[in-house]
Ligand binder design. Structure first.
Ligand SMILES: Cc1ncc(COP(=O)(O)O)c(C=O)c1O
Length: 436
């Protein structure tokens, strides 16, 4: 093993030995090399005469560039666009995102958490979690409704075993007891368990209430105190898109960080869905841990390992997008413009709720409870989701996602409010065609 990796592992072990046990073999081998990047960082500070270190090109004291590209980027400095961004992301953006996290989740303010590390959006954050913590045969505990890409990232790439518990309880809320039972069954004998939570959820469009949030945290903290080693991954891709009053509006990281030495939280969030910049690929990974050791030292070592995983795969995330997101966060109009788009999505969600009250729909489907995000799901009565999906495309030109069994997912985020009624009417007609 590289001495730098050994050193990081020792740094972690000295302050929280459980985290070393949570790392995958690859995670243990990871380090951030003292190669070109650290030599050029040193040169940036000291090479006042000539800096001939990094693999970009300079001209007249700034990044060399083509005018035909720079002309499209009016208002941006070439140095904020063309050079590589650091492996962990643009420092100013990382700090601005942290500021945003603290403002949105006041419970984080008195917590010691890691500095957000920029990722190539949330999918990449999940891949990094896989690199660092997941090895063949590890169990990932998920509710039975989850974003399908988790399978590729964790099952196919990392050969993890996905175990599920029911998403909904009998009363239509989140099944906290199912989660508790899943942890009890899967984290026996102090075994490492990866618990992945995604609120607001894809595909259901359900986000937890304050009571459910407290119950979830109680379950996780108690399980860690009883000896389970938990890597809790919070996929908060749709953060902020809440459409009901009683919902928990903070990150679960606030209640989970600094609670137990066996409880490591990885918060994944980003600009993708919240700021409507899907193709930008700007996300963040933030660690939160507990225990008596020097948490700062553990975060530093985990950050270096994460940077190593980034450097050895995509090298770094796009600089242009990071600059654009940073400028947006700095803009005085950011919050008001975001609120405007939120209002549009909320109006669509409320329209869907209202349209679905039509009693005739009861013969065609049941509606899964939803209150947040981009989506909602229907359980179609007596017709397979895939059969309905194909029929709606062929007969009515309507596209939905079949998510398995009789379920279909509707992205109301893509449907104008005035079209919502017609959309569900066509889905209804499609179901009736197939039933008759
Ligand atoms: C729950 C969930 N997590 C993560 C992602 C991926 O987001 P990104 O585009 O930032 O990689 C998605 C995208 O659909 C998602 O639905």
């Amino acid at each position: 093993m590289n001495p730098l990796a050994q050193h990081l592992n020792e740094q972690i072990r000295a302050n929280n030995p459980h985290v070393v046990e949570m790392l995958s073999p690859f995670g243990r081998r990871l380090f951030f090399p003292k190669g070109i990047l650290s030599q050029s960082a040193e040169a940036k500070e000291k090479a006042f005469r000539f800096n001939a270190t990094i693999g970009i090109a300079l001209e007249k004291g700034e990044a060399m560039h083509l005018a035909c590209i720079q002309d499209m980027l009016k208002g941006l400095r070439p140095d904020d666009v063309f050079p590589y961004a650091p492996a962990a992301g643009k420092p100013a953006l990382r700090d601005k995102w942290r500021e945003k996290q603290l403002a949105e989740s006041p419970s984080l303010q008195d917590k010691q958490i890691g500095r957000p590390i920029a990722t190539n959006a949330l999918t990449h954050g999940l891949t990094l979690v896989g690199d660092l913590f997941v090895e063949e045969g590890d169990t990932v505990l998920l509710p039975d409704k989850f974003w399908g890409n988790y399978r590729l990232i964790l099952e196919v790439r990392k050969q993890a075993r996905i175990v599920t518990y029911p998403f909904y309880s009998a009363s239509g809320g989140f099944d906290v007891q199912g989660l508790e039972k899943g942890i009890e069954e899967q984290a026996t004998g102090g075994k490492k368990l990866i618990v992945l939570l995604n609120f607001p959820n894809n595909p259901t469009g359900y986000s937890i209430t304050c009571e459910e949030a407290e119950a979830i945290c109680r379950v996780l903290i108690e399980a860690a105190r009883k000896g389970a080693r938990l890597v809790v991954v919070l996929d908060e891709a749709y953060y902020g898109l809440f459409y009901a009053d009683n919902l928990f509006r903070e990150s679960l990281l606030g209640m989970l960080a600094n609670q137990d030495e066996r409880l490591l939280v990885v918060k994944l969030d980003g600009a993708t869905k919240e700021e409507f910049v899907w193709g930008f690929r700007v996300g963040f990974l933030t660690f939160g841990l507990g225990g008596q050791g020097d948490l700062g030292a553990v975060y530093e070592a985990l950050e270096k390992k994460t940077m190593g995983a980034i450097r050895g795969s995509i090298s770094n995330s796009p600089h242009l997008s990071q600059t654009l997101v940073l400028k947006a966060l700095e803009s005085s109009e950011f919050r008001s413009q975001q609120a405007e788009k939120f209002a549009l999505l909320e109006a669509r969600a409320r329209k869907v709720m209202q349209v679905l009250e039509n009693p005739k729909y009861a013969e065609a489907w049941t509606v899964y409870p939803f209150n947040a995000g981009y989506f909602m799901c229907l359980a179609i009565k007596g017709v397979e989701g895939e059969t309905l999906r194909k029929h709606l495309l062929d007969a009515y030109g309507v596209g939905l996602i079949a998510t398995g069994g009789n379920d279909v997912r509707v992205a109301f985020s893509c449907i104008e409010e005035e079209d919502v009624e017609e959309l569900f009417e066509l889905i209804y007609r499609g179901v009736m065609d197939l039933k008759s």
